[in-house]
Ligand binder design. Structure first.
Ligand code: MLC
Length: 491
């Protein structure tokens, strides 16, 4: 099966139903599923006319907009592999993805084009949209195997170089079918999409659940707490996906407004970072809804979810999703007993095929088809799984992943920096914030170092503080002991 077959339940089966609302210069525009189908057929023919065929990569370096969806559907229909790039990435980060994925082109807009490294073919999204209008809107069917890659999603790498998780048509299909079944998503829903489409939360969960269920989607360019109330009030969604930072911000809304939003809502889902239990409780009190927390990764899509019916347990991520096997193992790969913490391993039709052109990294992550998540967890005696931190040093800020090593490498290139260690400091709103501990000499200048980070890294990776230390605490074997560094608190 290919993804188009699932999407056709809506693109063809519900051709005349309202599918999408989005912002345009002259107000809110809307499209039916049939219109979306035709638009993406035109784009598919345009891509083919430019020489793209099954297996070619195409980078999307784009904010949320209707053309992202046209291009995504066109790629899925023609077997072109979508490589999304975070719009907050700067040239250094984009250059790595482009060099690794070797796309035929990067589709982007005027604002982001300067961050694409020279020598890369750049296609302007507005020009593409105009050119697509000259192509026929009839469907062309490409033979695609379910095991073909649909997307390569770059995840931050522990070595500082990010790796591309190869997600197949079957991976996305398994995930989508699970979401529809487990979260009871139907064509009656109204889904408010505020998450970026360049991550699997917004794309694999949001867009796919929308297209497979045939519900109506309101696409926002991004989540903005100042615009969110008007979006909720005018669109009146029944379904909402967010990261914890978004729920923390929604708690700022006035009581009456929160109650009104809650009354019309069917389901709020949270993921991509741990949802603090006190946020779940405060949200329940204010909006009258228990947020459903689930656990996934770019490499695996969704693994574990709290139940739709039954107890949505605060602090826990719930039970393995259908078809997904979960094992909690100790360092010797033996299952731990309930209530004991071990590393979470998963296996299932949702787990990616491996890392793009990285057999070493793939071999490290998989053992007998089991994928090692790097997350620690425990299972209660009634089967609920609770995550207990990470084996690796990942920092999650506002739902965006950060590997300290990548920032440390930039800092070590700065004048006067002898040693640099980046840690995640707790933050009420964003979950964690990166802070840098530096051993420096007199030539070090904090402003210069910060500016260098801002130039070569996404804004969420720029350290919020530079803390000077005389030395970095290490074990006898030279391993950095981060827990011995002085704590830093955001205000
Ligand atoms: C944030 N910024 C954006 C942006 N999101 N810019 C453009 N487009 C976006 N989508 C920038 C802002 O301009 C600002 O830049 C900085 O980030 C902080 O923004 P903010 O609005 O002040 O922050 P905040 O209120 O904290 O909200 C940020 C947020 C955002 C929650 C809206 O972090 C976000 O959308 N996070 C979602 C991440 C996500 O989808 N993760 C899923 C990964 S998939 P500056 O320059 O002023 O600092 C995954 C698997 C799974 O993990 O299981 O889901």
């Amino acid at each position: 099966m290919q993804l188009t077959d699932i999407f056709d339940l809506s693109l063809k089966g519900r051709a005349s139903a309202q599918a999408l609302e989005y912002d345009r210069a002259d107000g809110v525009a809307s499209l039916t599923f049939g219109e979306l189908d035709t638009r993406s057929n035109r784009v598919a023919r345009l891509l083919a006319s430019r020489g793209l065929t099954r297996g070619d990569r195409l980078c999307f370096f784009l904010p949320n907009r209707v053309e992202f969806i046209d291009l995504f559907l066109a790629s899925v229909k023609t077997g072109v592999i979508v490589v999304p790039i975070n719009v907050l990435y700067r040239e250094r980060e984009v250059a790595h993805i482009v060099a690794d994925a070797e796309p035929k082109a990067v589709v982007t807009n005027r604002e982001l084009a300067p961050f694409v490294p020279p020598g890369t073919p750049v296609w302007d999204v507005d020009e593409l949209a105009a050119a697509a209008l000259r192509h026929d809107g009839a469907r062309v069917r490409t033979a695609i195997d379910g095991d073909d890659a649909a997307a390569i999603v770059y995840t931050s790498g522990t070595t500082g170089r990010s790796k591309g998780a190869v997600l197949t048509h079957n991976n996305f299909a398994a995930n989508t079918v699970n979401l529809l079944a487990c979260w009871r998503i139907t064509s009656e829903d109204r889904y408010l999409a505020v998450l970026p489409l360049f991550h699997v939360h917004g794309l694999g969960n949001g867009v796919h659940a929308w297209l497979a269920s045939g519900c109506r989607m309101r696409l926002a360019e991004r989540f903005d707490i100042n615009r969110a109330p008007a979006l909720f009030e005018s669109f009146q969604p029944t379904l909402f996906f967010g990261v914890p930072t978004i729920y923390v911000r929604l708690l700022e809304l006035p009581v009456e407004q929160a109650r009104r939003i809650g009354e019309r809502m069917r389901l709020f889902v949270s993921g991509s970072a741990p949802l603090p239990a006190h946020v779940l409780e405060a949200f329940r009190a204010k909006f009258g809804h228990t947020i459903l927390e689930r656990y996934g990764m770019s490499e695996t899509l969704m693994n574990i979810s709290n139940p739709y019916e039954g107890e949505r347990r605060a602090g826990s991520v719930g039970f393995p999703m259908p078809g997904v096997s979960v094992r909690i193992l100790d360092a010797e790969m033996r299952p731990v007993t309930d209530g004991e913490v071990g590393e979470v391993w998963v296996r299932g039709p949702n787990v990616c095929a491996g890392y793009w052109r990285r057999p070493d990294a793939t071999a490290e992550a998989f053992v007998d088809n089991w994928f090692r998540t790097g997350d620690l967890g425990e299972r209660s005696n009634d089967g609920y799984i609770t995550l207990r931190g990470r084996r690796t040093e990942l920092i999650i800020s506002g739902g965006f992943n950060i590997y300290p090593r990548e920032i440390e490498e930039v800092l070590l290139e700065q004048p006067g920096v002898r040693e640099a260690v980046v840690c995640g400091a707790p933050d009420e709103r964003r979950g964690e914030l990166p802070v840098a501990y530096v051993v420096v000499d007199e030539t070090f200048d904090e402003k210069t170092a910060e500016a260098a980070c801002r130039q070569s890294l996404a804004s969420f990776k720029v350290p919020r503080a530079f803390i000077r230390v005389d030395s970095v605490p290490r074990t006898a074997l030279g391993k950095v002991q981060k827990h011995l560094l002085p704590p830093w608190k955001s205000h």
